[in-house]
Design a protein around this ligand. Structure first.
Ligand code: AGP
Length: 605
Protein backbone atom coordinates (compact mmCIF):
# COMPACT_ATOMS: atom_id res chain seq x y z
CA UNK A 1 0.00 0.00 0.00
CA UNK A 2 0.99 3.62 0.32
CA UNK A 3 0.89 5.91 -2.67
CA UNK A 4 3.91 7.66 -4.12
CA UNK A 5 4.16 10.57 -6.56
CA UNK A 6 6.91 12.59 -8.20
CA UNK A 7 6.86 15.70 -10.36
CA UNK A 8 9.32 17.88 -12.19
CA UNK A 9 8.31 20.54 -14.64
CA UNK A 10 7.26 24.10 -15.16
CA UNK A 11 4.63 24.41 -12.40
CA UNK A 12 5.16 24.77 -8.65
CA UNK A 13 5.58 21.16 -7.51
CA UNK A 14 3.76 21.23 -4.16
CA UNK A 15 0.17 21.59 -5.52
CA UNK A 16 0.84 18.98 -8.22
CA UNK A 17 2.13 16.51 -5.63
CA UNK A 18 -0.80 17.20 -3.28
CA UNK A 19 -3.32 16.66 -6.06
CA UNK A 20 -1.66 13.36 -7.00
CA UNK A 21 -1.58 12.25 -3.36
CA UNK A 22 -5.26 13.02 -2.88
CA UNK A 23 -6.07 10.71 -5.75
CA UNK A 24 -3.93 7.99 -4.21
CA UNK A 25 -5.40 8.28 -0.74
CA UNK A 26 -7.32 5.05 -1.34
CA UNK A 27 -3.90 3.39 -0.86
CA UNK A 28 -3.54 4.66 2.71
CA UNK A 29 -4.12 7.77 4.78
CA UNK A 30 -2.17 7.33 8.02
CA UNK A 31 0.20 10.21 7.18
CA UNK A 32 1.34 12.21 4.18
CA UNK A 33 4.39 14.18 3.19
CA UNK A 34 6.29 15.84 0.37
CA UNK A 35 9.96 16.65 -0.24
CA UNK A 36 11.02 19.50 -2.49
CA UNK A 37 14.32 20.44 -4.03
CA UNK A 38 14.91 24.17 -4.11
CA UNK A 39 18.02 26.30 -4.61
CA UNK A 40 20.47 23.55 -3.66
CA UNK A 41 18.59 22.29 -0.60
CA UNK A 42 16.05 19.58 0.25
CA UNK A 43 12.92 20.39 2.28
CA UNK A 44 10.33 18.02 3.70
CA UNK A 45 6.87 18.72 5.09
CA UNK A 46 5.08 15.83 6.78
CA UNK A 47 1.86 15.45 8.69
CA UNK A 48 0.01 12.66 10.47
CA UNK A 49 -3.42 11.93 8.98
CA UNK A 50 -4.96 12.57 5.60
CA UNK A 51 -3.54 14.56 2.70
CA UNK A 52 -5.92 17.43 3.51
CA UNK A 53 -4.09 17.92 6.81
CA UNK A 54 -0.76 18.08 5.01
CA UNK A 55 -2.24 20.61 2.60
CA UNK A 56 -3.35 22.82 5.50
CA UNK A 57 0.11 22.60 7.04
CA UNK A 58 1.73 23.64 3.75
CA UNK A 59 -0.70 26.57 3.40
CA UNK A 60 0.29 27.75 6.89
CA UNK A 61 3.98 27.42 6.02
CA UNK A 62 3.45 29.42 2.82
CA UNK A 63 1.60 32.14 4.72
CA UNK A 64 4.76 32.44 6.82
CA UNK A 65 6.18 34.09 3.65
CA UNK A 66 9.44 34.02 1.80
CA UNK A 67 11.42 34.68 4.97
CA UNK A 68 11.03 31.03 5.82
CA UNK A 69 13.10 29.04 3.34
CA UNK A 70 10.76 26.11 3.49
CA UNK A 71 7.81 28.41 2.72
CA UNK A 72 9.70 29.66 -0.28
CA UNK A 73 10.40 26.11 -1.43
CA UNK A 74 6.73 25.18 -1.00
CA UNK A 75 5.70 28.10 -3.18
CA UNK A 76 8.44 27.96 -5.81
CA UNK A 77 10.08 24.55 -6.12
CA UNK A 78 9.48 22.83 -9.49
CA UNK A 79 10.61 19.37 -8.42
CA UNK A 80 9.53 17.05 -5.63
CA UNK A 81 8.24 13.70 -4.44
CA UNK A 82 5.29 12.81 -2.19
CA UNK A 83 3.81 9.96 -0.21
CA UNK A 84 0.57 8.93 1.44
CA UNK A 85 1.14 6.17 3.98
CA UNK A 86 -0.53 3.00 5.19
CA UNK A 87 1.60 2.12 8.19
CA UNK A 88 3.42 -1.22 8.20
CA UNK A 89 6.64 -0.65 10.19
CA UNK A 90 6.21 2.07 12.79
CA UNK A 91 3.08 3.82 14.06
CA UNK A 92 1.33 6.55 12.06
CA UNK A 93 3.26 9.65 13.16
CA UNK A 94 5.07 12.63 11.60
CA UNK A 95 8.44 10.94 12.32
CA UNK A 96 7.44 7.80 10.43
CA UNK A 97 5.85 9.74 7.57
CA UNK A 98 7.70 9.77 4.24
CA UNK A 99 9.69 11.27 2.51
CA UNK A 100 12.82 10.19 4.36
CA UNK A 101 15.85 12.42 3.97
CA UNK A 102 19.45 11.42 4.50
CA UNK A 103 22.54 13.20 3.22
CA UNK A 104 21.85 14.44 -0.29
CA UNK A 105 18.83 12.18 -0.85
CA UNK A 106 15.10 12.18 -0.26
CA UNK A 107 13.03 9.06 -0.93
CA UNK A 108 9.46 7.83 -0.94
CA UNK A 109 8.72 4.11 -0.86
CA UNK A 110 5.71 1.84 -1.32
CA UNK A 111 6.20 -1.77 -0.26
CA UNK A 112 8.14 -3.60 2.44
CA UNK A 113 11.92 -3.94 2.64
CA UNK A 114 12.11 -7.41 4.13
CA UNK A 115 15.85 -7.32 4.94
CA UNK A 116 15.68 -3.84 6.45
CA UNK A 117 16.69 -5.00 9.96
CA UNK A 118 20.08 -6.34 8.78
CA UNK A 119 20.63 -3.33 6.51
CA UNK A 120 19.75 -0.91 9.30
CA UNK A 121 22.05 -2.71 11.70
CA UNK A 122 25.01 -2.18 9.36
CA UNK A 123 24.12 1.53 9.04
CA UNK A 124 23.93 1.84 12.83
CA UNK A 125 27.36 0.22 13.12
CA UNK A 126 28.66 2.95 10.81
CA UNK A 127 27.37 5.45 13.34
CA UNK A 128 24.43 6.64 11.22
CA UNK A 129 21.35 7.93 13.07
CA UNK A 130 17.78 7.05 12.08
CA UNK A 131 14.86 9.34 12.70
CA UNK A 132 12.00 6.88 12.11
CA UNK A 133 11.00 3.31 12.90
CA UNK A 134 10.22 2.55 9.25
CA UNK A 135 11.81 -0.07 7.03
CA UNK A 136 11.94 2.57 4.26
CA UNK A 137 14.38 5.00 5.86
CA UNK A 138 17.21 2.54 5.29
CA UNK A 139 16.87 3.20 1.53
CA UNK A 140 17.95 6.83 1.99
CA UNK A 141 20.96 5.68 4.04
CA UNK A 142 21.98 3.12 1.41
CA UNK A 143 21.70 5.75 -1.32
CA UNK A 144 24.10 7.96 0.61
CA UNK A 145 26.51 5.05 1.09
CA UNK A 146 26.37 4.10 -2.62
CA UNK A 147 26.50 7.67 -3.88
CA UNK A 148 28.63 7.67 -7.04
CA UNK A 149 27.50 11.10 -8.18
CA UNK A 150 25.13 9.62 -10.80
CA UNK A 151 21.53 9.42 -9.50
CA UNK A 152 20.40 6.48 -11.61
CA UNK A 153 23.48 4.36 -10.93
CA UNK A 154 23.27 5.14 -7.24
CA UNK A 155 19.65 3.94 -7.18
CA UNK A 156 20.54 0.83 -9.20
CA UNK A 157 23.31 -0.11 -6.75
CA UNK A 158 20.98 0.50 -3.83
CA UNK A 159 18.05 -1.45 -5.26
CA UNK A 160 20.33 -4.46 -5.75
CA UNK A 161 20.71 -4.63 -1.95
CA UNK A 162 16.99 -4.60 -1.20
CA UNK A 163 14.77 -7.63 -0.66
CA UNK A 164 11.00 -7.42 -0.62
CA UNK A 165 8.63 -5.20 -2.54
CA UNK A 166 9.31 -1.65 -3.52
CA UNK A 167 8.33 1.23 -5.74
CA UNK A 168 10.79 4.02 -4.97
CA UNK A 169 11.17 7.62 -6.13
CA UNK A 170 14.33 9.55 -5.29
CA UNK A 171 15.47 13.14 -5.61
CA UNK A 172 18.99 14.25 -4.86
CA UNK A 173 21.09 17.36 -4.54
CA UNK A 174 23.41 15.65 -7.07
CA UNK A 175 20.78 16.04 -9.80
CA UNK A 176 18.56 19.08 -9.17
CA UNK A 177 16.52 18.46 -12.35
CA UNK A 178 15.95 14.70 -12.03
CA UNK A 179 13.84 12.04 -10.34
CA UNK A 180 14.94 8.41 -10.41
CA UNK A 181 12.41 5.64 -9.83
CA UNK A 182 12.39 1.85 -9.72
CA UNK A 183 9.92 -0.97 -9.20
CA UNK A 184 9.90 -4.48 -7.75
CA UNK A 185 6.52 -6.06 -6.92
CA UNK A 186 4.86 -2.69 -6.16
CA UNK A 187 3.06 -0.77 -8.90
CA UNK A 188 4.67 2.25 -10.53
CA UNK A 189 3.97 4.33 -13.61
CA UNK A 190 5.65 7.39 -15.10
CA UNK A 191 4.00 9.97 -17.29
CA UNK A 192 4.68 12.87 -19.59
CA UNK A 193 2.45 15.92 -19.94
CA UNK A 194 2.66 19.42 -21.38
CA UNK A 195 3.79 20.83 -18.05
CA UNK A 196 6.22 18.20 -16.88
CA UNK A 197 7.15 14.65 -16.05
CA UNK A 198 5.42 12.54 -13.42
CA UNK A 199 5.74 9.35 -11.43
CA UNK A 200 2.98 7.70 -9.41
CA UNK A 201 1.70 4.46 -7.94
CA UNK A 202 -1.42 4.48 -10.08
CA UNK A 203 -3.06 6.07 -13.09
CA UNK A 204 -5.68 8.27 -11.32
CA UNK A 205 -2.88 10.37 -9.82
CA UNK A 206 -1.91 11.50 -13.32
CA UNK A 207 -5.33 11.47 -14.97
CA UNK A 208 -5.65 15.20 -15.53
CA UNK A 209 -1.99 16.04 -16.09
CA UNK A 210 -0.17 13.40 -18.13
CA UNK A 211 -0.83 12.79 -21.82
CA UNK A 212 1.19 9.60 -21.95
CA UNK A 213 1.60 6.93 -19.30
CA UNK A 214 4.28 4.25 -19.18
CA UNK A 215 3.98 1.38 -16.70
CA UNK A 216 7.18 -0.02 -15.23
CA UNK A 217 7.67 -3.78 -14.85
CA UNK A 218 9.50 -5.48 -12.00
CA UNK A 219 13.23 -4.83 -12.16
CA UNK A 220 12.89 -1.68 -14.27
CA UNK A 221 14.16 1.84 -13.57
CA UNK A 222 13.32 5.21 -15.07
CA UNK A 223 15.17 8.49 -15.02
CA UNK A 224 13.01 11.59 -15.42
CA UNK A 225 15.30 14.48 -16.26
CA UNK A 226 14.62 17.87 -17.80
CA UNK A 227 12.09 16.98 -20.48
CA UNK A 228 13.05 13.37 -21.11
CA UNK A 229 12.25 9.98 -19.62
CA UNK A 230 14.69 7.10 -20.03
CA UNK A 231 13.88 3.50 -19.12
CA UNK A 232 16.32 0.82 -18.03
CA UNK A 233 16.32 -2.83 -17.09
CA UNK A 234 19.22 -5.11 -16.25
CA UNK A 235 20.33 -5.11 -19.93
CA UNK A 236 20.63 -1.31 -20.12
CA UNK A 237 18.41 1.34 -21.70
CA UNK A 238 15.13 0.04 -23.14
CA UNK A 239 12.26 1.38 -25.25
CA UNK A 240 8.76 1.64 -23.85
CA UNK A 241 5.44 2.37 -25.48
CA UNK A 242 2.81 4.43 -23.64
CA UNK A 243 -0.42 2.74 -22.55
CA UNK A 244 -3.30 3.16 -24.97
CA UNK A 245 -5.72 4.65 -22.43
CA UNK A 246 -8.00 7.62 -22.26
CA UNK A 247 -6.71 9.53 -19.26
CA UNK A 248 -9.06 12.43 -18.81
CA UNK A 249 -12.43 10.87 -18.01
CA UNK A 250 -11.55 9.33 -14.68
CA UNK A 251 -11.66 12.12 -12.10
CA UNK A 252 -13.50 11.48 -8.85
CA UNK A 253 -16.78 13.29 -8.28
CA UNK A 254 -19.31 12.83 -5.48
CA UNK A 255 -22.18 13.95 -7.76
CA UNK A 256 -24.19 15.26 -4.81
CA UNK A 257 -23.81 12.20 -2.57
CA UNK A 258 -22.28 12.63 0.87
CA UNK A 259 -19.94 9.67 0.47
CA UNK A 260 -18.38 7.71 -2.36
CA UNK A 261 -19.64 4.48 -0.84
CA UNK A 262 -23.26 5.58 -1.17
CA UNK A 263 -22.67 6.99 -4.63
CA UNK A 264 -21.00 3.77 -5.71
CA UNK A 265 -23.95 1.73 -4.43
CA UNK A 266 -26.21 3.83 -6.63
CA UNK A 267 -24.04 2.79 -9.58
CA UNK A 268 -24.58 -0.95 -9.03
CA UNK A 269 -27.16 -1.39 -11.83
CA UNK A 270 -24.83 0.27 -14.34
CA UNK A 271 -21.87 -1.75 -13.03
CA UNK A 272 -23.74 -5.01 -13.57
CA UNK A 273 -25.00 -4.02 -17.01
CA UNK A 274 -21.65 -2.82 -18.22
CA UNK A 275 -19.82 -5.88 -16.86
CA UNK A 276 -22.17 -8.23 -18.68
CA UNK A 277 -21.79 -6.26 -21.87
CA UNK A 278 -17.99 -6.17 -21.73
CA UNK A 279 -17.71 -9.84 -20.90
CA UNK A 280 -19.99 -10.92 -23.68
CA UNK A 281 -17.78 -9.07 -26.15
CA UNK A 282 -14.59 -10.52 -24.59
CA UNK A 283 -15.99 -14.03 -24.97
CA UNK A 284 -17.24 -13.53 -28.49
CA UNK A 285 -13.89 -12.39 -29.86
CA UNK A 286 -11.50 -14.73 -28.10
CA UNK A 287 -10.15 -18.24 -27.88
CA UNK A 288 -11.30 -18.42 -24.27
CA UNK A 289 -14.32 -20.65 -25.01
CA UNK A 290 -11.90 -23.39 -26.08
CA UNK A 291 -10.15 -23.08 -22.71
CA UNK A 292 -13.51 -23.53 -20.99
CA UNK A 293 -14.22 -26.70 -22.99
CA UNK A 294 -11.00 -28.23 -21.67
CA UNK A 295 -11.42 -27.02 -18.08
CA UNK A 296 -11.92 -29.80 -15.55
CA UNK A 297 -11.07 -27.99 -12.31
CA UNK A 298 -11.38 -24.44 -11.12
CA UNK A 299 -9.24 -22.75 -8.50
CA UNK A 300 -10.24 -19.24 -7.45
CA UNK A 301 -7.76 -17.10 -5.51
CA UNK A 302 -8.66 -13.72 -4.03
CA UNK A 303 -8.79 -11.64 -0.85
CA UNK A 304 -11.56 -9.96 1.14
CA UNK A 305 -14.63 -9.06 -0.85
CA UNK A 306 -13.17 -10.57 -4.01
CA UNK A 307 -12.79 -13.86 -2.11
CA UNK A 308 -16.48 -13.71 -1.29
CA UNK A 309 -17.32 -13.30 -4.96
CA UNK A 310 -15.23 -16.44 -5.50
CA UNK A 311 -17.42 -18.30 -3.01
CA UNK A 312 -20.55 -17.16 -4.85
CA UNK A 313 -18.96 -18.39 -8.08
CA UNK A 314 -18.28 -21.79 -6.53
CA UNK A 315 -21.97 -22.30 -5.74
CA UNK A 316 -22.97 -21.23 -9.25
CA UNK A 317 -20.30 -23.16 -11.20
CA UNK A 318 -20.73 -26.39 -9.26
CA UNK A 319 -24.51 -26.25 -9.63
CA UNK A 320 -24.58 -25.25 -13.28
CA UNK A 321 -21.47 -26.80 -14.83
CA UNK A 322 -20.80 -29.61 -12.31
CA UNK A 323 -17.08 -28.76 -12.20
CA UNK A 324 -15.31 -28.87 -8.82
CA UNK A 325 -14.27 -25.44 -7.60
CA UNK A 326 -11.72 -24.68 -4.91
CA UNK A 327 -11.82 -21.14 -3.52
CA UNK A 328 -8.74 -20.11 -1.58
CA UNK A 329 -7.76 -17.00 0.30
CA UNK A 330 -4.75 -15.90 -1.74
CA UNK A 331 -2.46 -15.36 1.26
CA UNK A 332 -3.01 -19.03 2.24
CA UNK A 333 -2.80 -20.48 -1.25
CA UNK A 334 0.57 -18.90 -1.96
CA UNK A 335 2.35 -20.62 0.91
CA UNK A 336 0.58 -24.00 0.98
CA UNK A 337 2.16 -25.72 -2.01
CA UNK A 338 -1.24 -26.04 -3.71
CA UNK A 339 -2.06 -29.03 -5.89
CA UNK A 340 -2.84 -27.92 -9.44
CA UNK A 341 -4.23 -30.70 -11.60
CA UNK A 342 -4.06 -30.86 -15.40
CA UNK A 343 -6.75 -28.74 -17.11
CA UNK A 344 -7.15 -26.41 -14.17
CA UNK A 345 -8.43 -22.94 -14.83
CA UNK A 346 -7.13 -20.60 -12.11
CA UNK A 347 -9.16 -17.42 -11.63
CA UNK A 348 -7.63 -14.50 -9.76
CA UNK A 349 -10.35 -12.04 -8.77
CA UNK A 350 -9.21 -8.58 -7.76
CA UNK A 351 -10.89 -5.21 -8.08
CA UNK A 352 -7.56 -3.42 -8.24
CA UNK A 353 -5.46 -6.09 -9.91
CA UNK A 354 -2.68 -5.00 -7.55
CA UNK A 355 -3.31 -6.99 -4.35
CA UNK A 356 0.07 -8.50 -3.46
CA UNK A 357 -1.27 -11.80 -2.11
CA UNK A 358 -3.57 -12.34 -5.07
CA UNK A 359 -0.77 -11.57 -7.51
CA UNK A 360 1.57 -14.05 -5.84
CA UNK A 361 -1.11 -16.77 -5.70
CA UNK A 362 -2.00 -16.18 -9.35
CA UNK A 363 1.63 -16.36 -10.40
CA UNK A 364 2.06 -19.61 -8.47
CA UNK A 365 -1.02 -21.20 -10.05
CA UNK A 366 0.35 -20.28 -13.46
CA UNK A 367 3.78 -21.69 -12.67
CA UNK A 368 2.13 -24.92 -11.60
CA UNK A 369 0.52 -25.25 -15.02
CA UNK A 370 -2.92 -23.64 -14.63
CA UNK A 371 -4.36 -21.37 -17.28
CA UNK A 372 -4.67 -18.00 -15.55
CA UNK A 373 -7.78 -15.85 -15.92
CA UNK A 374 -7.78 -12.42 -14.26
CA UNK A 375 -11.11 -10.85 -13.30
CA UNK A 376 -10.32 -7.24 -12.44
CA UNK A 377 -11.87 -3.82 -12.55
CA UNK A 378 -8.67 -2.28 -13.92
CA UNK A 379 -8.00 -2.04 -17.64
CA UNK A 380 -4.30 -2.25 -16.86
CA UNK A 381 -2.76 -3.73 -13.70
CA UNK A 382 0.02 -6.05 -12.51
CA UNK A 383 -2.50 -8.89 -12.55
CA UNK A 384 -3.62 -8.29 -16.11
CA UNK A 385 0.04 -8.29 -17.11
CA UNK A 386 0.65 -11.83 -15.88
CA UNK A 387 -2.74 -13.34 -16.81
CA UNK A 388 -3.30 -15.50 -19.89
CA UNK A 389 -6.70 -13.91 -20.32
CA UNK A 390 -8.43 -10.95 -18.70
CA UNK A 391 -12.08 -10.21 -18.05
CA UNK A 392 -12.56 -6.56 -17.14
CA UNK A 393 -15.56 -5.84 -14.95
CA UNK A 394 -17.34 -2.62 -15.79
CA UNK A 395 -17.81 -1.08 -12.36
CA UNK A 396 -15.81 2.04 -13.20
CA UNK A 397 -13.53 3.57 -10.66
CA UNK A 398 -14.33 2.74 -7.04
CA UNK A 399 -13.06 5.19 -4.42
CA UNK A 400 -14.73 4.00 -1.21
CA UNK A 401 -12.41 1.63 0.62
CA UNK A 402 -15.36 -0.68 1.24
CA UNK A 403 -16.00 -2.48 -2.03
CA UNK A 404 -19.62 -2.21 -3.19
CA UNK A 405 -20.37 -1.95 -6.91
CA UNK A 406 -17.16 -3.77 -7.78
CA UNK A 407 -18.47 -6.82 -5.86
CA UNK A 408 -21.75 -6.81 -7.79
CA UNK A 409 -19.75 -6.42 -11.01
CA UNK A 410 -17.50 -9.36 -10.09
CA UNK A 411 -20.56 -11.48 -9.40
CA UNK A 412 -22.05 -10.56 -12.80
CA UNK A 413 -18.81 -11.57 -14.53
CA UNK A 414 -18.45 -14.80 -12.58
CA UNK A 415 -22.08 -15.80 -13.13
CA UNK A 416 -21.56 -15.24 -16.86
CA UNK A 417 -18.50 -17.44 -16.62
CA UNK A 418 -20.47 -20.13 -14.72
CA UNK A 419 -23.10 -20.18 -17.47
CA UNK A 420 -20.41 -20.28 -20.15
CA UNK A 421 -18.76 -23.23 -18.45
CA UNK A 422 -22.13 -24.97 -18.25
CA UNK A 423 -22.65 -24.36 -21.96
CA UNK A 424 -19.13 -25.61 -22.76
CA UNK A 425 -19.93 -28.79 -20.83
CA UNK A 426 -23.20 -29.31 -22.70
CA UNK A 427 -25.41 -28.40 -19.72
CA UNK A 428 -28.43 -26.08 -19.66
CA UNK A 429 -27.42 -22.41 -19.51
CA UNK A 430 -30.04 -19.70 -19.38
CA UNK A 431 -28.14 -16.46 -19.97
CA UNK A 432 -31.38 -14.46 -19.97
CA UNK A 433 -31.45 -14.78 -16.16
CA UNK A 434 -28.50 -12.37 -16.09
CA UNK A 435 -30.10 -9.72 -18.23
CA UNK A 436 -32.78 -9.01 -15.61
CA UNK A 437 -30.22 -8.24 -12.89
CA UNK A 438 -29.56 -4.53 -13.65
CA UNK A 439 -33.29 -3.69 -13.43
CA UNK A 440 -33.79 -5.84 -10.33
CA UNK A 441 -30.87 -4.18 -8.56
CA UNK A 442 -32.42 -0.81 -9.45
CA UNK A 443 -35.60 -2.02 -7.75
CA UNK A 444 -33.66 -2.92 -4.58
CA UNK A 445 -32.02 0.51 -4.57
CA UNK A 446 -35.35 2.30 -4.93
CA UNK A 447 -36.25 1.02 -1.45
CA UNK A 448 -32.85 1.19 0.15
CA UNK A 449 -33.37 4.19 2.44
CA UNK A 450 -35.64 1.94 4.55
CA UNK A 451 -32.49 0.28 5.86
CA UNK A 452 -31.62 3.51 7.68
CA UNK A 453 -34.24 2.78 10.38
CA UNK A 454 -32.34 -0.37 11.47
CA UNK A 455 -29.02 1.42 11.95
CA UNK A 456 -29.53 2.64 15.56
CA UNK A 457 -30.06 -0.93 16.85
CA UNK A 458 -27.00 -2.21 15.01
CA UNK A 459 -24.88 0.78 15.99
CA UNK A 460 -25.56 0.08 19.67
CA UNK A 461 -24.81 -3.66 19.44
CA UNK A 462 -21.85 -5.44 21.03
CA UNK A 463 -21.60 -7.81 18.08
CA UNK A 464 -23.63 -8.82 15.02
CA UNK A 465 -24.09 -12.13 13.20
CA UNK A 466 -25.03 -12.78 9.58
CA UNK A 467 -26.40 -16.19 8.58
CA UNK A 468 -27.44 -17.90 5.34
CA UNK A 469 -27.12 -21.17 3.45
CA UNK A 470 -25.76 -21.87 -0.03
CA UNK A 471 -25.50 -18.66 -2.05
CA UNK A 472 -27.03 -16.80 0.91
CA UNK A 473 -24.01 -17.78 2.99
CA UNK A 474 -21.81 -15.84 0.57
CA UNK A 475 -24.01 -12.76 1.09
CA UNK A 476 -23.72 -13.31 4.88
CA UNK A 477 -19.93 -13.29 4.66
CA UNK A 478 -19.85 -10.12 2.60
CA UNK A 479 -22.47 -8.37 4.78
CA UNK A 480 -20.39 -9.12 7.83
CA UNK A 481 -17.13 -7.91 6.26
CA UNK A 482 -18.80 -4.65 5.18
CA UNK A 483 -20.18 -4.04 8.65
CA UNK A 484 -16.94 -4.71 10.49
CA UNK A 485 -14.72 -2.71 8.17
CA UNK A 486 -16.65 0.53 8.34
CA UNK A 487 -18.64 0.37 11.59
CA UNK A 488 -15.84 -1.35 13.61
CA UNK A 489 -18.40 -3.69 15.19
CA UNK A 490 -17.29 -7.26 15.83
CA UNK A 491 -19.24 -9.36 13.37
CA UNK A 492 -19.28 -12.83 11.84
CA UNK A 493 -20.82 -14.31 8.73
CA UNK A 494 -21.85 -17.92 9.30
CA UNK A 495 -23.50 -20.82 7.46
CA UNK A 496 -26.92 -20.90 9.12
CA UNK A 497 -26.67 -24.60 9.91
CA UNK A 498 -23.32 -24.15 11.64
CA UNK A 499 -24.56 -21.58 14.15
CA UNK A 500 -25.63 -24.22 16.66
CA UNK A 501 -22.12 -25.70 16.69
CA UNK A 502 -20.62 -22.90 18.73
CA UNK A 503 -21.46 -19.37 17.68
CA UNK A 504 -24.99 -19.57 19.08
CA UNK A 505 -23.36 -19.31 22.53
CA UNK A 506 -22.66 -15.64 21.71
CA UNK A 507 -26.29 -14.79 21.00
CA UNK A 508 -28.00 -13.23 23.99
CA UNK A 509 -30.96 -10.96 24.64
CA UNK A 510 -30.89 -8.16 22.09
CA UNK A 511 -28.09 -9.52 19.85
CA UNK A 512 -28.85 -8.45 16.27
CA UNK A 513 -28.73 -11.30 13.74
CA UNK A 514 -29.21 -10.75 10.02
CA UNK A 515 -30.64 -13.78 8.22
CA UNK A 516 -30.65 -14.02 4.43
CA UNK A 517 -33.18 -16.27 2.75
CA UNK A 518 -33.53 -16.23 -1.01
CA UNK A 519 -33.42 -19.91 -1.93
CA UNK A 520 -36.65 -21.87 -1.50
CA UNK A 521 -34.95 -25.18 -0.93
CA UNK A 522 -33.02 -23.83 2.05
CA UNK A 523 -35.66 -21.48 3.48
CA UNK A 524 -37.08 -23.73 6.18
CA UNK A 525 -33.61 -24.86 7.17
CA UNK A 526 -32.39 -21.29 7.64
CA UNK A 527 -35.59 -20.53 9.53
CA UNK A 528 -34.59 -23.24 12.02
CA UNK A 529 -31.52 -21.15 12.85
CA UNK A 530 -33.69 -18.01 13.04
CA UNK A 531 -35.92 -19.77 15.58
CA UNK A 532 -32.87 -20.80 17.61
CA UNK A 533 -31.71 -17.16 17.67
CA UNK A 534 -35.21 -15.92 18.58
CA UNK A 535 -35.46 -18.43 21.42
CA UNK A 536 -32.32 -16.89 22.96
CA UNK A 537 -33.62 -13.34 22.74
CA UNK A 538 -31.77 -12.40 19.53
CA UNK A 539 -33.34 -9.77 17.27
CA UNK A 540 -33.65 -10.96 13.68
CA UNK A 541 -33.51 -8.76 10.61
CA UNK A 542 -34.47 -10.84 7.59
CA UNK A 543 -33.34 -10.04 4.05
CA UNK A 544 -35.52 -12.15 1.79
CA UNK A 545 -37.12 -12.55 -1.59
CA UNK A 546 -39.74 -14.89 -0.08
CA UNK A 547 -42.38 -12.62 1.44
CA UNK A 548 -44.02 -15.39 3.46
CA UNK A 549 -40.99 -15.60 5.77
CA UNK A 550 -41.08 -11.89 6.57
CA UNK A 551 -44.40 -12.45 8.35
CA UNK A 552 -43.04 -15.07 10.75
CA UNK A 553 -43.15 -14.05 14.42
CA UNK A 554 -39.45 -14.82 14.92
CA UNK A 555 -38.60 -12.08 12.41
CA UNK A 556 -38.54 -8.64 14.04
CA UNK A 557 -37.76 -6.61 10.91
CA UNK A 558 -37.46 -7.50 7.27
CA UNK A 559 -36.36 -6.10 3.94
CA UNK A 560 -37.84 -7.58 0.79
CA UNK A 561 -35.82 -7.95 -2.38
CA UNK A 562 -37.18 -9.05 -5.76
CA UNK A 563 -36.82 -12.67 -6.88
CA UNK A 564 -34.19 -13.67 -9.40
CA UNK A 565 -32.48 -16.93 -10.40
CA UNK A 566 -31.77 -18.18 -6.88
CA UNK A 567 -28.11 -19.05 -7.50
CA UNK A 568 -27.47 -15.44 -8.47
CA UNK A 569 -29.34 -13.86 -5.55
CA UNK A 570 -26.27 -12.51 -3.64
CA UNK A 571 -25.96 -9.85 -6.35
CA UNK A 572 -29.24 -8.40 -4.98
CA UNK A 573 -29.26 -9.46 -1.32
CA UNK A 574 -25.87 -7.86 -0.69
CA UNK A 575 -27.23 -4.39 -1.52
CA UNK A 576 -29.28 -3.96 1.69
CA UNK A 577 -26.30 -5.39 3.61
CA UNK A 578 -24.00 -2.77 2.09
CA UNK A 579 -26.57 -0.14 3.06
CA UNK A 580 -26.83 -1.53 6.59
CA UNK A 581 -23.06 -1.21 7.01
CA UNK A 582 -23.12 2.30 5.56
CA UNK A 583 -25.89 3.66 7.78
CA UNK A 584 -24.51 1.91 10.86
CA UNK A 585 -21.10 3.49 10.22
CA UNK A 586 -22.73 6.93 9.93
CA UNK A 587 -24.74 6.32 13.10
CA UNK A 588 -21.46 5.58 14.89
CA UNK A 589 -19.85 8.73 13.52
CA UNK A 590 -17.38 6.93 11.24
CA UNK A 591 -16.20 7.97 7.80
CA UNK A 592 -17.41 5.07 5.63
CA UNK A 593 -15.11 6.04 2.75
CA UNK A 594 -11.92 5.92 4.79
CA UNK A 595 -12.17 3.35 7.57
CA UNK A 596 -9.39 3.34 10.12
CA UNK A 597 -6.35 1.11 9.56
CA UNK A 598 -7.41 0.08 6.06
CA UNK A 599 -6.57 0.98 2.48
CA UNK A 600 -8.25 0.17 -0.78
CA UNK A 601 -5.35 -1.44 -2.51
CA UNK A 602 -3.22 -3.81 -0.43
CA UNK A 603 0.06 -4.05 -2.28
CA UNK A 604 2.05 -5.53 0.61
CA UNK A 605 1.88 -8.97 2.23
C1 AGP B 1 -13.53 -4.87 0.85
O1 AGP B 1 -14.49 -3.98 1.21
C2 AGP B 1 -12.17 -4.57 1.13
N1 AGP B 1 -11.83 -3.26 1.23
C3 AGP B 1 -11.12 -5.61 0.83
O2 AGP B 1 -11.51 -6.79 1.46
C4 AGP B 1 -10.80 -5.91 -0.65
O3 AGP B 1 -11.87 -6.55 -1.25
C5 AGP B 1 -9.52 -6.77 -0.70
O4 AGP B 1 -8.47 -6.05 -0.15
C6 AGP B 1 -9.19 -7.23 -2.09
O5 AGP B 1 -8.91 -6.15 -2.94
P1 AGP B 1 -8.82 -6.35 -4.50
O6 AGP B 1 -10.18 -6.78 -4.95
O7 AGP B 1 -8.41 -5.04 -5.05
O8 AGP B 1 -7.82 -7.44 -4.75
Amino acid sequence: MCGIVGYLGTKPAAPVLLQGLKRLEYRGYDSAGIALLHRGALYAVKQKGKVGELERKIEEIEKGGATKRVGCAAAESRIGIGHTRWATHGAPSPQNAHPHLFGKFAIVHNGIIENFAALKESCLLRGEKFSSETDSEVIAHLLAQNDCGDLLQTLQKTAALLEGSFAIAVISLNAPDAIAVCRNKSPLIVGRGKEGLYAASDIPALASSADEIFPLSDGEFALLQGETIKFFDKTGEIDKKPLALSLRADLPNLCGFSHYMRKEMSEIPAAIASSLQKIEVDFRFSHFCEVLCQTEYLQIVACGTAYHSGIAAKYAVEALARIPVEVRVASEYRYCDPIVKKNTLAIAVSQSGETADTLAAAQLAKEKGAYLLAVTNAPYSSLTEIADFHLETGAGREIGVAATKSFNAQLAALYFLALSLAKAKGKAADFSALQTLPALSEEVLSDIEKIKQFAPVFAAAKSVYFIGRGADYCAALEGSLKLKEISYLPSEGYPAGELKHGTLALVEKGTPVVAIITQKKFAEKTMNAVCEVYARGGRVLLITSLAEYAARKEVEQSFLIPRCEELFSPILSVIPLQALAYYTALERGNDPDKPRNLAKSVTVE
